[in-house]
Write a protein that binds this ligand. Structure first.
Ligand SMILES: NC(=O)c1ccc[n+]([C@@H]2O[C@H](COP(=O)([O-])OP(=O)(O)OC[C@H]3O[C@@H](n4cnc5c(N)ncnc54)[C@H](OP(=O)(O)O)[C@@H]3O)[C@@H](O)[C@H]2O)c1
Length: 422
């Protein structure tokens, strides 16, 4: 006789409803793979009066699930940070397995949860890049490797906006409005466009790759809000695509973690990841480069990952949540020591001597120019100066920007985009 794995779903919204639907519609194959029948015993929501596409017993009391002795696995799909963390803690304290898609909560609390869990399984495949099995790839598939680097397009909304800006010459605001109209961006899209969401996911991946514990406030995170047509024109001219990248790199015992728009060679595979899709390149010391591509969000893709965790739990396979313990020998590279090439966009008074002032500041900071474009806006006596630098440090760039801002001839805040050449 087939046994049951009873689950309780906290949050029956976009992802929760898809989990319930797929468990019903793909019941046969899921049961065959799991070796047990995965049964949704009940769900918890905020508002019982909302109409729902699924029908399961519902309540508004989280304790109904956490304290139900017949429930084996709690699936947390309510979102938020603090309340979700309390739910996760209580679940584990009650010796129930946990499955969550909550990247924001894990960005802050993954190591506490790993410690509380001990041997109790926690599945979080759905927390990074929805349908792409990148957690299992890092935790299991690549586990013989030292991970040399990881670069990912980890947020579909920002990738959609950038694709619209590059392919259809839209400005940032109209591309964002279109993303909202099509349901790709939340009513409040801040975390998608300011790099926060990609930062949460990068931190989770970095723990799996390196055993490093860092919080969002510890790492360099910048968004795509200030990119404009000049930047795209420059990128085109020199053979680059612009992507919001999450980057993790290991050098000796230091890990560099950063999220920011980056100019990357147009011919690289990751540069071809367009629209709402996500893509990740991971380089292992033995396997070389591996690439992962797929839907990063959406009810069904995310639910597919949630259910893969449920199947793994049903199979009775349990391993340390993040693959290995926090690594004491690994340190986060200080932001100011990060090295890169940089693209600069400057708006200046169109008069003689300005360029000399700018190059003098660059020279003082030991920064040399690699490529250069000057655009004149005749009517306003303004010139746009667009250039890229050879490799330098964040420290030198910050000093340079501070010096440039003191010049009377600089009209707007200087803007930079990092260039990822490797
Ligand atoms: N949507 C995606 O594509 C996606 C992708 C990857 C990861 N995720 C993550 O998955 C999680 C869920 O996302 P979602 O898009 O499904 O969110 P959602 O559509 O807003 O659904 C949230 C659900 O949680 C319930 N809820 C919220 N606060 C609650 C509380 N205090 N007590 C009880 N129930 C509560 C809501 O109840 P009501 O229905 O009554 O409002 C709703 O059913 C989030 O952590 C998100 O970051 C989502």
């Amino acid at each position: 006789m087939v046994k049951n794995l009873n689950i309780g779903v906290i949050g029956v919204g976009t992802v929760g409803a898809s989990v319930i639907k797929i468990l019903e519609e793909n019941k046969e194959v899921i049961c065959a793979r799991a070796g047990v029948d995965i049964k949704v015993k009940k769900g918890v929501v905020k508002n019982l009066n909302k109409s729902r596409s699924v029908s399961i017993p519902l309540s508004t009391d989280i304790e109904d699930i956490i304290n139900d002795k017949e429930i084996d696995v709690v699936v947390e799909l309510m979102g938020g940070i603090n309340e979700a963390y309390e739910v996760a803690k209580k679940t584990l304290q009650n010796k129930k397995a946990l499955v969550t898609a909550n990247k924001a909560m894990l960005a802050y609390h993954r190591y506490e949860l790993q410690q509380i869990a001990g041997n109790i399984p926690i599945g979080f495949e759905a927390s990074v890049c929805g349908g792409i099995p990148i957690i299992k790839a890092l935790k299991d598939g690549l586990s013989a490797n030292h991970i040399l680097s990881l670069r990912g397009i980890l947020n579909g909304t920002s990738n959609y906006i950038l694709t619209q800006m590059i392919q259809n010459n839209q400005d940032f605001c109209s591309a964002l409005q279109l993303a909202q109209h099509l349901g790709y961006a939340e009513a409040d899209p801040s975390l998608d466009i300011n790099g926060g969401d990609a930062g949460h996911k990068l931190l989770i991946l970095a723990s799996l790759a390196y055993g490093i514990d860092a919080k969002p406030q510890d790492i360099l995170i910048e968004g795509i809000e200030s990119i404009n047509g000049d930047d795209i024109e420059f990128a085109n001219e020199f053979g680059y695509a612009i992507k919001l990248l999450g980057i993790a790199k290991k050098q000796n015992n230091e890990i560099e973690l950063r999220v920011h728009p980056a100019m990357i060679d147009k011919n690289k595979m990751i540069a071809k990841v367009e629209g709402v899709m996500n893509g990740i390149s991971v380089i292992g010391d033995r396997v070389g480069e591996t690439l992962y591509y797929g839907a990063g969000a959406g009810g069904e893709a995310t639910a597919s990952a949630v259910i893969s965790d449920l199947i793994e739990i049903a199979r009775g396979k349990s391993s340390l949540m993040l693959g290995f313990e926090r690594s004491p020998q690994i340190n986060l590279k200080p932001k100011e020591n990060i090295q890169s090439r940089y693209y600069f966009r400057l708006s200046v008074d169109d008069k003689s001597g300005v360029l000399a002032q700018i190059t003098s500041i660059l020279t003082q900071n030991d920064i040399s120019i690699s490529t250069f474009l000057q655009k004149e806006i005749k009517q306003k006596n303004i010139a746009k100066i667009l250039f890229s630098t050879h490799t330098t440090t964040e420290r030198a760039i910050k000093n340079t920007i501070a010096e440039l801002k003191k010049l009377e001839s600089i009209i707007k805040e200087p803007y930079i985009i990092r260039i990822e050449d490797e």
